[in-house]
Design a protein around this ligand. Sequence first.
Ligand code: ADP
Ligand code: MG
Length: 238
Amino acid sequence: MASVELAGISKRFGGHEVIRGLNLSVPDGSFTALLGPSGCGKSTMLRMIAGLETVSDGTIRIGTREVTHLEPKARGVAMVFQNYALYPHLTVAENICFSMSLAREPKAKQREMAARIAKMLHLEELLERKPAQLSGGQRQRVAIGRALVRDPQVFLFDEPLSNLDALLRVQMRLELAKLHNDLKTTMIYVTHDQVEAMTLADQIVVLDKGVISQAGSPWELYNRPANRFVAGFIGSPA
Ligand code: ADP
Ligand code: MG
């Protein structure tokens, strides 16, 4: 577990500044949602925290360490994407344990870990299947399992449920809430879906064109929106 602190973060692509002097504090163990319309810079923010994108200005701290210029795997984060790619030729168990097999961890340890994670994500019966034999929701659980196996200090989710149908999305929301409750690991969750943010997060950060429009609890945003943009986005009367 660890807090995440962003100070003065900017990001320019060519001459286009998509994140502008952003400061953000994500408390240790919190579930923070980054909420905003398409193109406002959510994925770019997450990718900079993960180290998949460089920052133009500013610093990033995770726990007690400054990680601004560290490579992704040295940051103690694991990311789950919207278009999660599982290895089609590997079983569920092998997909979950892929990073362990790369690290040449003993097979017995991998089996034990796969079983533990499968239990947490209700995948016990599916460990020997291939991705093609799974439903969308089951595949997304395997993608989450692959992040869990790395035992990160911080989970980063980039719209992980947006490819699922409405019913599965509701179910997976509950499962993510339970996962956070069980693990108590810091989670930063990108979404353009205000209902998802309102039901999952203890802190919501509303992004508008690369700046924070408001950050606060769901209650604060709903009852005390700082401006029309937030009010419109959260859906309470302005
Ligand atoms: P969101 O995830 O909120 O939809 P993004 O972070 O993907 O938004 O994108 C924010 C802005 O940055 C957009 O205008 C997008 O076109 C631009 N952008 C993102 N990645 C790149 C890139 N690699 N090169 C140039 N522009 C980019
Ligand atoms: Mg995005």
